[in-house]
Design a protein around this ligand. Structure first.
Ligand SMILES: NC(=O)c1ccc[n+]([C@@H]2O[C@H](COP(=O)([O-])OP(=O)(O)OC[C@H]3O[C@@H](n4cnc5c(N)ncnc54)[C@H](O)[C@@H]3O)[C@@H](O)[C@H]2O)c1
Ligand SMILES: [Zn+2]
Ligand SMILES: [Zn+2]
Length: 377
């Protein structure tokens, strides 16, 4: 390719500081170094974790940053030592790497990877940045930075997908859908005939509903304070919808009464410590399993120890427990084989220039996923 080995100048949405709109800038993207892959991003979506970083992380050290981590693109060039990926390959960047060598990667028990990008507060900060703008180094959010026409990612964090996959759809498998679906299937290990509750019906929660259904749950109670989410939940398999605002009793009590003592599995897909507690308390004693999927690192959670002593299990899940390089291509295949839904999550389409509109839509609960076209395919 004509651009291989050269710095690429391209458009990206830069978050210069917390709580401010992103600015479309011309940035420089360095050529990939050893074990790195430079990707032309074709489509990217906004996930609530991007909003979390922009609005709730006031640490100035985490800016300027290029946000975005749910995307799909095409390999533009590769650095020395990269043999698995070639220019032209369709890929999905991963915010949790899979080096295939560390003790986590070698264990079937987890999708954590020791060699993941290193950094604090969800940002990759290398001494010499791959992305720069106006002479300033740009941090890479979760090691990916997909709100950019081009980005550079370590090969451990790249999943090669079926060339037949439509990138403007399967980009959602880079985070939200795999996260929710896997939390139900891999982490909660939802059982056939069980009763489940899913708190929070964004893409993550709706994908959890879809996962509960795929695992054979007979009753799936969808919980959200936004009544507009009810209809969508049904599309993915919810059998009931409960709005905590419609009840004066605690939501855990409402669910307990609906289910004769509590649900078998609950999934928190909001990122609110009070909701995490409610989700745990909504589980039946004896064997109830509650999974935390929502993201927050601002507050501690609390619960009465007796909740766990009585036989409940409290777990957390990152990226649905999926080992990305292996599982994301399989999820893309499952979508192409019509075994998982993806299109149904997309409520809005726009171009990267409109990224602030996409952020506002999510902030106000007006979208499930907004897919932004970044570069032509
Ligand atoms: N663990 C992971 O790997 C991972 C990956 C992706 C996203 N996340 C996190 O998952 C969460 C959901 O992400 P999303 O993109 O689907 O977000 P979203 O904003 O689209 O959806 C959140 C939903 O929660 C609902 N909600 C808010 N307060 C509630 C309450 N008190 N009770 C019930 N529902 C409530 C909102 O109305 C909304 O429908 C976020 O915290 C995000 O950071 C975690
Ligand atoms: Zn995400
Ligand atoms: Zn590893």
């Amino acid at each position: 390719m004509a651009t291989a080995g050269k710095v690429i100048k391209c458009k990206a949405a830069v978050a210069w500081e917390p709580n401010k709109p992103l600015v479309i800038e011309e940035i420089e993207v360095a050529p990939p170094r050893a074990n790195e892959v430079r990707i032309k991003i074709v489509a990217t979506a906004v996930c609530h974790t991007d909003l979390h970083h922009l609005f709730e992380n006031t640490n100035e050290e985490c800016f300027p940053v290029v946000l975005g981590h749910e995307a799909a693109g095409i390999v533009e060039s590769v650095g020395p030592g990269v043999t698995e990926y070639q220019p032209g390959d369709k890929v999905i960047p991963l915010f949790i790497s899979q080096c295939r060598e560390c003790h986590f990667c070698k264990s079937p028990k987890t999708n954590q990877c020791e060699k993941a990008w290193v950094g604090r507060n969800n940002v990759l900060s290398t001494p010499d940045a791959r992305l720069t703008c106006k002479g300033k180094k740009l941090l890479q959010f979760t090691g990916t930075s997909t709100f950019s026409e081009y980005t550079v990612v370590n090969q451990m964090a790249v999943a090669k997908i079926d060339p037949a996959a439509p990138l403007d759809k399967v980009c959602l498998l880079g985070c939200g859908i795999c996260t929710g679906y896997g939390a139900a299937v891999n982490t909660a290990k939802v059982e056939p005939g069980s009763t489940c509750a899913v708190f929070g019906l964004g893409a993550v929660g709706l994908a959890a509903v879809m996962g509960c259904k795929a695992a054979g749950a007979k009753r799936i109670i969808a919980v959200d304070i936004n009544p507009e989410k009810s209809e969508k939940a049904t599309v993915f398999g919810a059998t009931d919808f409960v709005n905590p605002k419609d009840h004066s009793k605690p939501i855990s009590q409402v669910l307990s009464e609906m289910t004769n003592g509590g649900v078998d599995f609950s999934l928190e897909c909001v990122g609110n410590v009070e909701v995490m507690r409610s989700a745990l308390e909504s589980c039946v004693q004896g064997w109830g399993v509650s999974v935390i999927v929502g993201w927050t690192d601002k507050e501690d959670f609390s619960a009465r120890p007796v909740q766990l002593i009585a036989g409940r299990t409290w777990k957390g899940s990152a990226f649905g427990g999926f080992k990305g390089r292996d599982a994301v291509p399989q999820m893309v295949k499952a979508y192409l084989d019509k075994k998982v839904m993806v299109d149904e999550f997309i409520t809005h389409n726009m171009t990267l220039d409109k990224v602030n509109d996409a952020i506002e839509l999510m902030k106000h609960g007006k979208c499930i996923r907004t897919v932004m076209t970044v570069s032509p395919q």
